[in-house]
Design a protein around this ligand. Structure first.
Ligand SMILES: [Zn+2]
Length: 271
């Protein structure tokens, strides 16, 4: 990381001494106070890594760490689909399921800095094992890695998903494309994804009564017709109208700009 940072600085012609702050978006859970990565389920071997101290020593500027989903929530809130909302739930389904909470106009990180792990809400109490060690987590159903593992075992040979995937093996992006073309297997898979997503979102709506829910990656790629519209309709059936009526369910907007803007939000949390 230090090597990359230094070569990036050389590329843009900035001397390390000109840096003001560095923000790093890393997989949780973290010890934010000490700047230590604790035990990320999707990053094996990165246990108790004092990343902040290592980077500060190497770059000579203040370094801040933030849970990657919290950092993404901040970026969507300040620059993307969450602009203008004071109470916002952000949920992204990439490798795992990351979530971040903006409540009352600020990031809500909880007592330990690790609040908002909605990906590990149980949506099936005795359900599928999750990489985090628990069972039945939302991530075990809608997370990209878990869904990919499932697709490798259940994708019918010769289906549109299998054809699109070819030798590489099926992944959620093939399901999204095939469902867009009306492939029955892909449509069933998307319906299953939506069903589990709604279980998690219903819990979030009851807990936080957000003004908006911003959905990233798979949900954003699937878009209005395949995901957002059916999710809105199903969610409305499962939460009290007083809580659900006003919730705006939206696709994340930042796309490939997310990582750099998330890093900026971590480096300059108050600006
Ligand atoms: Zn889990």
């Amino acid at each position: 990381m230090l090597e990359d940072a230094r070569s990036l600085l050389r590329e843009v012609g900035v001397a390390p001494a000109e840096l003001v702050a560095v923000g790093v978006s890393v997989p949780g859970p973290l010890d934010r106070e000490r700047g230590v990565i604790l035990a990320p389920p999707n990053l094996p071997g990165w246990h108790d890594v004092p990343l902040r101290d290592v980077l500060e020593a190497g770059l000579g500027v203040p370094v801040r760490l933030e849970n990657d989903a919290n950092a993404a929530a901040l970026a969507e809130w300040r620059f993307g689909a969450g602009r203008g909302f004071d109470d916002l739930v952000y949920l992204t389904m990439s490798t795992g399921v990351g979530a971040g909470l903006v409540l009352g106009g600020r990031l809500y990180a909880g007592a330990s800095g690790n609040a908002g792990e909605l990906g590990h809400l149980s949506v099936e109490w005795e359900g599928e094992p999750c990489v985090c060690g628990q069972r039945g987590c939302l991530e075990a159903y809608v997370g990209g890695a878990a869904w990919t593992r499932r697709l490798r075992t259940c994708t019918p040979g010769g289906s549109r998903v299998a054809v699109l995937a070819g030798a590489a093996g099926a992944s959620p992006e093939h399901v999204v494309v095939a469902a867009g073309e009306g492939d029955p297997f892909a449509c069933e898979e998307i319906e299953r994804f939506n069903r589990y997503l709604v279980r998690g979102l219903a819990a979030a709506v009851f807990a936080f009564a957000p003004q908006a829910i911003v959905l990233g990656t798979i949900a954003a790629a699937a878009g209005e017709r395949l995901c957002l519209e059916p999710v809105r309709a199903a969610l409305a059936q499962r939460v009290w109208p007083a809580l659900g009526r006003g919730v705006s369910i939206r696709a994340a907007e930042l796309g490939e700009r997310l990582p750099e803007l998330a890093g900026l939000c971590v480096a300059f949390p108050e600006d």
